[in-house]
Design a protein around this ligand. Structure first.
Ligand SMILES: [Fe+2]
Length: 410
């Protein structure tokens, strides 16, 4: 029975995948080239919503496993997303069977809500050596709602591809998403860098899309796990005694805060961890001018959105209660077909999914939630951690901002 249901679901997704491109039939929809996911489409009202999740670090034996599963369910049910993008460090610990089960727990809530999911990998996903990125991608792709691409031998790594978003009428490419495997580590054990081959592929494909689009660049967003090294050029270098200055990775004595002149939202809560090597990815992106914003995970507490050389560099915090982190949640990104030169984004904090009122006996009874259920545990956990966050925020941000006259949260 289960098999029949998933076969039918798979058939629906294949049909949905083929329909817009086939209907278009023209050269304006990108052809399959081994690095292109199935095309998605703006809604009839012109909107398209992307829900970014990151750094789930899902493993068996997590203290908050049931809570984290509830949060994924709630995000799937409430955010009305057209696409979920997961930017790395997803399900990476345990045996192969445990990893398969964990991926199933991540994918299923979104499959149940008929939401496609696209992943890129982080430095940890295949770090254990028990399972390769290619094997992981094959497991994600057993799920009918997975649209991730293994580009095979075309590029180094696994999971560098594009997701075309067609116009609501389905007859042209209106927007593009770049999904980049930001690799693992270099030979010295420092964070990995996007390779020259991947950058050349981006430039070539970006130019090809522009050529197909009557010479106009195709506006896009880029998603990857590890931020670009230029993030430190976008911050403000200060002396080490500046409150909340973070020490630059790979250096001994350089400190940074956000720059009030270029920050749009959020805060710098920990030092960013880009690669040591810089193969020119950001320079290529800035030169092409087709990427409105680059979205990263990796640094679990950062939430900033900073404009640097015409590109927004956006950090998304980890999307569960496992491991370290200050702000936690997902990120919703909304596109509008009528103006693809801009986008809107905000954090989806877990307290927007539940609030204290959910804990009063009347609403518990009316919602049918039992006291020994994961749902109840989730409401308690969300409220408890939010209370800690509010206390921490008051002492570490509100008071310090008042005393120093500086701003740390935008
Ligand atoms: Fe990471």
């Amino acid at each position: 029975m289960k098999k029949t249901a998933s076969f039918l679901l798979a058939l629906m997704f294949v049909f949905a995948a083929v329909t817009p491109a086939a209907a278009a039939g023209g050269a304006k929809v990108p052809p399959a080239d081994g690095t292109t996911a199935r095309a998605l489409r703006f809604r009839e009202d012109g909107s398209f919503k992307i829900l970014q999740l990151t750094d789930l670090h899902k493993s068996d034996g997590d203290a908050y496993e049931d809570v984290n599963n509830c949060l994924l369910n709630e995000l799937a049910k409430t955010q009305d997303a057209d696409l979920v993008v997961i930017t790395g460090d997803i399900a990476m610990s345990g045996t192969r069977d445990e990893i398969i089960a964990n991926i199933d727990e991540i994918m299923t809530p979104f499959a149940n809500a008929s939401i496609p999911v696209a992943v890129v990998f982080g430095n940890h996903d295949s770090e254990s050596g028990l399972i390769s990125r290619e094997e992981l991608m094959a497991i994600y792709n057993t799920h009918p709602n997975s649209i991730s691409v293994d580009e095979g031998a075309l590029l180094p790594g696994c999971g560098t591809y594009t997701i075309p978003i067609l116009s609501s009428s389905g007859d042209r490419l209106a927007f593009n998403l770049w999904m980049i495997d930001s690799r693992e580590y270099d030979e010295q054990g420092r964070y990995g860098a996007v390779t020259p081959e991947q950058i050349a592929w981006y430039v070539h494909k970006s130019e090809a899309l522009q050529a197909q689009n009557d010479g106009k660049i195709v506006p896009s967003l880029m998603f990857q796990h590890i931020p670009v090294p230029e993030i430190y050029d976008a911050l403000l270098e200060v002396n080490r005694f500046t409150p909340y200055a973070v020490k630059r990775i790979y250096t001994d004595d350089r400190y940074y805060v956000v720059n009030p002149d270029n920050i749009n939202a959020g805060r710098l809560a920990e030092y960013p961890c880009p690669p040591y090597e810089n193969n020119g990815q950001f320079d290529a992106v800035a030169a092409r001018g087709d990427v409105l914003a680059m979205f990263f995970g990796h640094d679990h507490s950062n939430t900033f959105n900073i404009t640097y050389r015409g590109v927004d560099l956006v950090a998304t915090p980890k999307t569960n209660f496992e491991g370290y982190g200050v702000d936690r949640g997902a990120r919703l990104i909304t596109l509008n077909e009528a103006d693809t030169s801009a986008y809107e984004t905000h954090l989806v904090r877990f307290t927007s999914l539940y609030d204290l009122n959910d804990l009063n006996p009347a609403s518990l009874i009316s919602s049918g939630i039992r006291l020994n259920s994961p749902e109840f545990k989730t409401i308690v956990a969300v409220n408890f951690f939010h209370l800690l966050f509010r206390l921490q925020y008051f002492f570490a941000t509100t008071l310090v901002e008042a005393v120093t006259g500086m701003k740390f949260d935008y």
